[in-house]
Unconditional design. Structure first.
Length: 311
């Protein structure tokens, strides 16, 4: 049962991580549209509150309240925009585009047609604006990641609460074994994946391990450790006191870890240690599960073994 549950959680983790990391095109009326790499289009009938383009391209035909371009490009054609900020990027204004307020350029380029109306001002330079823009974007991205992690933690609590509790108990009760399992996982598995990349046949397997399996394991380990922290804070440290579905522990623990993550250096250190502990616990339980599955089969295969009920 544990293998099936962890497989289900792993699939859920992949499903949640792909949109969180890629975030290729998430849009909606009065919402946020974030593009990191690639190209995104705002159609003529779309109305977006904030468009942020980082190292990518955007084509805007509709209505956008605020646009921020960082190391990318945006083309406005017959668009209606309130504010436009270009940081180390390019903006091209064509057709009947209207900027109702200001255009701010920070090491950016603006190419506009003669009929383009900018009702505010074109402001060039301003390091304070650059820092403020990066600060806002950093907050938005961090909040988005935090929400995704809390949602994943709640999903783990719902789908695999008991295995998550078992892994959490291993972190505190079998710390030494968990540390050894984490070292084996993060040292030998990447080496094995790297060796697989040398061969043509092994390239898909090596890439899957490095790009998908290990990152998902790291996130799940972080979540499992967060659930354990939350249940401990709530006074449910003993096995008999752990709920089958630790929703509140997931919310408290992962939420607290994300708050600590705001602290420079300390946040990174805590996240790294927590992730290692969680992945070590998952690896340890997975190894034991494999061993448990093998024991009954070997006993049945040996005719000299007599079941206790028949002795």
């Amino acid at each position: 049962m544990m293998n099936k549950r962890w497989l289900a959680v792993l699939a859920a983790g992949i499903a949640l991580l792909i949109p969180a990391v890629a975030y290729a095109q998430t849009s909606g009326d009065d919402g946020l549209l974030l593009r990191i790499g690639g190209t995104v289009t705002v159609a003529a009938d779309e109305d977006v509150e904030t468009l942020i383009v980082i190292d990518g391209d955007a084509v805007v035909l509709g209505t956008v309240e605020d646009i921020v371009v960082i190391d990318g490009s945006v083309t406005l054609t017959d668009a209606a925009v309130r504010n436009l900020v270009v940081i180390s990027g390019d903006a091209t204004l064509t057709g009947s585009t209207v900027i109702s307020e200001d255009v701010r350029l920070i090491d950016g380029n603006l190419d506009r047609g003669a009929d383009i109306r900018i009702q505010g001002s074109v402001i060039e330079g301003g390091e304070v604006g650059f820092g403020a823009a990066l600060g806002v974007i950093s907050v938005l991205i961090y909040l988005g990641i935090s929400v995704a992690l809390v949602v994943l933690a709640l999903a783990v609590a719902a789908v695999a609460g008991r295995p998550a509790n078992a892994a959490g108990l291993a972190i505190t009760n079998e710390t030494g074994k968990v540390v050894v399992a984490a070292i084996l996982l993060w040292v030998f598995v990447p080496i094995a994946a790297g060796l697989a990349l040398i061969t043509v046949i092994g390239i898909p397997t090596g890439l899957m391990i490095l790009v998908m399996v290990l990152p998902v394991m790291a996130v799940l380990g972080y979540v499992v450790a967060g659930i354990r922290l939350g249940t401990w804070i709530l006074g449910r440290a003993r096995p008999e006191a752990l709920p089958a579905h630790p929703y509140l522990g997931a919310l408290v623990g992962v939420g607290l870890l994300q708050l600590v993550g705001w602290v420079p250096v300390l946040g990174f250190l805590v996240a790294s240690l927590v992730g290692l502990a969680g992945t070590g616990a998952i690896a340890l339980l997975a190894w034991r599960s494999v061993q448990d599955r093998g024991e009954p089969a070997s006993a049945e295969a040996d005719p000299g073994v007599v079941p206790a009920s028949e002795a």
